[in-house]
Ligand binder design. Structure first.
Ligand code: IMP
Length: 210
């Protein structure tokens, strides 16, 4: 079975190859089957954005399975911001120092004192016959008061994990890759792909969120 990942990012392709290792499938990126640009991510949720990227890959490579993901940081006191706009928050080209500064300023001005937050990753999968699935993984934590740690990327330095007593940027990257929102969504997609590969175990509900 061939699976096309809707990305032109080689790093993401490598990460998914490792996460899906052992399954009897060949994983390609869109760059391997078409050179077309990615669609604008103008959905209103992680699932919509993951689906619109996966549908794009499905249209370009209709004989293969298509997969795409979308992720971001959701902060309760900011009504879910930065959410699907996480990489564009405070301007697409701004550094994470600036994005984190803006997040702290917005949080200080928010009416709720809550610092609850979560990283969310949604993966969409489309079969050659058009059936669609989405799965979601979450890493729950809080927005810390000041950045700590130098591992990871993006918002990791201010993503505080109270039960561990560290920020995501202080975690061993191997450990983060086991507990992260991406790892959790990947475990679900692996399970789903395993079911697909077992002819007798095809899921009954095409649009179910696992
Ligand atoms: P994308 O899924 O690659 O589009 O990532 C969306 C954005 O969400 C990233 O650019 C980061 O700003 C943020 N993000 C997603 N996952 C993480 C994470 O594990 N750590 C820090 N930031 C993240």
């Amino acid at each position: 079975m061939r699976l096309i990942l809707a990305t032109h990012n080689e790093g993401k392709l490598r990460e998914y190859r490792a996460l899906l290792a052992g399954l009897p499938l060949e994983l390609f990126s869109l760059a391997d089957c078409a050179s077309a640009a990615m669609p604008a991510e103008d959905g209103t949720s992680f699932a919509e954005n993951a689906l619109l990227k996966a549908r794009h890959a499905h249209r370009l490579c209709p004989d293969d399975w298509a997969m795409a993901d979308d992720s971001g940081l959701v902060v309760d006191a900011l009504d879910g911001r930065p959410g699907i706009h996480s990489s564009r928050y405070a301007g697409e080209l701004s550094s994470y120092e600036v994005k984190i500064g803006q997040l702290q300023a917005e949080l200080a001005a928010a009416s709720s004192p809550s610092r609850a937050a979560r990283f969310v990753c949604v993966i969409a999968l489309i079969a050659p016959d058009g059936r669609e699935w989405t799965v979601e993984g979450r890493l729950v934590g809080e927005i810390g008061h000041s950045p700590r740690g130098s591992e990871g990327f993006g918002y990791d330095p201010i993503f505080w994990l109270p039960r561990i007593g560290m920020t995501a940027a202080e975690l061993d990257p191997v450990y983060k890759n086991r507990i992260s929102h991406r790892a959790k969504a990947n475990r679900k997609i692996r399970q789903l792909l395993n079911q697909m590969l077992d002819e007798n175990g095809l899921p009954q509900s095409p649009d179910s969120v696992l």
